[in-house]
Design a binder for this molecule. Structure first.
Ligand code: HEM
Length: 469
């Protein structure tokens, strides 16, 4: 490996930059191209951004060391520090013993069995989405589908997390989460990171949004404590969760966890759904196969019980979602900070070093994928999944921090797609080309479409016994 050795230190190689800001401006304006192009040339690479060095790790053995074999030498990285101001110390931002205890309490609430009980919530949200979209189809409008998909995902995650009784506050929650995330993004890339208490107009707006979010969640916790909440919700489950020593989480911790779900499960899933539809529209042969699979379901995807039973039959649709998340992973990168020195094959990282791992980069490297920029869902057949080596595909992360919401997200995208494609023909606006918008997640910047209502297809009479998994 080509190393820059200085004072006996073995450094990871990377391009030199005389500019005092290093690659900071490139990172700020287009981090995906910066990471991808350097990974193509160097593999794992060190990039200077002002006075910090980012170690972008690409080689599977390097990533495995950070996320698995030496995971205890790292903590969640710089990108999570800015998020802490919004989310407090929920699962995404906490570390050490607190994270371990919370992970054990929270993980069971996201089990397949529990997510299955939330399919009805997803179908109800899908019905509300269809009501909004019916009006747009009737008007023959060309419009941006992304906010609609984000609205569906916000509806699902808010109800799944807090229960059904949030109609009145949902738009405010959506706005406040959106403003909170925008503040986090600005804070993350600011050359000087002022605390949110510094009296600037942006900070004042952020603190007000955060306070409103706290109030809503606190009120809902109170309601749940008085046994008035929806028993299917994550909040209800977490209120009764106990760890091995009988310990329950307190209200402040529960609030941080619920806020974490709202943020982690909103734009990620809405973005995955938007990209999947975009790729389907650009690949008509694939769209036809997905549509055939959905139309072949014995019942229309409207009735929650029928949808739950039928989901395992949407196998090709699942492969399409996997492929959309390969090309456009919502979590385009995540970071760690080294707590102590760590030695790799050919270089070292020092305590405090910033490590970045990018699903976007690894999902597109020609070393790991044939024709990486081609959309081909058949990469994800069972056989090819089994044959794939580790750290080529990891949209939900890897190791002990693997996304707890993975099954929920994949179920939700399948339900959303089935409800959309069974109802509408979707046509991209002429010449429409979506671009990645890498912020906390990576949704498309714009997916302009026109919808036309379809005639309902004739289906076999429902026989849930027959289609049960
Ligand atoms: C397509 C949708 C989603 C994607 C691509 C995604 C991706 C990820 C990734 C890559 C991580 C690991 C980050 C790291 O190691 O630093 C993660 C963690 C996490 N995700 Fe997701 N996520 C999605 C949806 C969700 C949903 C729906 C929820 C909850 C409602 C959720 C909650 C979390 C939480 C709490 C963590 C932290 C886990 C831990 O550190 O123990 N995510 N997610």
């Amino acid at each position: 490996m080509n190393l820059l050795a200085r004072a006996g230190e073995r450094r990871l190689h990377g391009p030199a930059r005389r500019n005092p800001m290093g690659f900071y401006h490139e990172y700020k304006s287009d981090p995906l191209t910066l990471f991808y192009e350097n990974a193509l040339v160097y593999g794992s690479v060190r990039l200077r951004m002002a006075h910090e060095h980012v170690h972008l790790l690409v080689e599977p053995e390097h990533i495995e060391q950070v996320l698995v074999t030496h995971a205890d030498r790292y903590e969640k990285g710089v990108s999570y520090r800015s998020l802490t101001h919004l989310l407090g110390s929920g699962l995404l931002t906490s570390g050490g013993e607190l994270w371990k205890r919370q992970r054990a309490l929270i993980k069971p609430a996201f089990s397949r069995r529990h997510v299955d009980t939330q399919v009805s919530v997803m179908v109800e949200c899908g019905q509300r989405m269809r009501t909004r979209l019916d009006a747009r189809a009737a008007a023959g409008e060309t419009f941006d589908l992304v906010p609609e998909m984000m609205g569906f995902a916000a509806d699902v995650v808010c109800r799944a997390a807090m229960g059904a009784d949030i109609d009145g506050v949902l738009p405010q929650i959506e706005d406040d989460v959106h403003d909170g995330v925008a503040w986090v993004m600005r804070h993350l890339v600011a050359p000087v990171q002022l605390p949110p208490e510094a009296p600037t107009p942006g900070n004042r707006r952020f603190l007000a949004a955060r306070q409103r979010l706290h109030q809503v969640v606190d009120q809902l916790i109170d309601r749940h404590r008085q046994a008035e909440g929806d028993a299917r919700s994550l909040m209800a489950r977490l209120l009764t969760a106990r760890d091995d020593s009988g310990h329950a989480m307190d209200d402040a911790q529960l609030r941080d966890e619920v806020l974490t779900f709202l943020l982690a499960g909103h734009e990620t899933t809405g973005g995955a759904l938007s990209w999947t539809i975009y790729e389907l529209c650009r690949n008509p042969a694939v769209l036809e196969r997905v549509r055939a699979e959905i139309d072949a379901l014995p019942v229309a995807p409207d009735d929650p019980d029928a949808v739950r039973a039928a989901l395992p039959q949407l196998a090709y649709t699942g492969r399409v979602i996997d492929e959309a998340m390969r090309l456009h992973p919502p979590a385009w990168a995540f970071s760690r900070t080294a707590l102590e020195a760590d030695h790799f094959d050919g270089f070292d990282v020092q305590p405090g070093a910033i490590v970045a791992i990018s699903p976007f980069v690894n999902h597109r490297l020609p070393r790991f994928w044939d024709s990486p920029l081609t959309f081909d869902p058949d990469r994800f057949t069972k056989e090819r999944n089994r044959a794939r080596k580790p750290f080529r595909y990891f949209p939900f992360g890897w190791g002990s921090h693997l996304c707890v919401g993975q099954h929920m997200a994949l179920t939700e995208v399948r339900v959303g797609l089935a409800m959309l494609l069974s109802r509408y023909d979707i046509e991209l606006a002429n010449g429409m080309r979506a671009r990645e918008r890498p912020e906390v997640s990576n949704p498309p910047d714009l997916v302009k479409v026109r919808l036309t209502r379809r005639e309902p297809v004739a289906r076999k009479a429902p026989d849930l016994q027959e289609v049960a998994p």
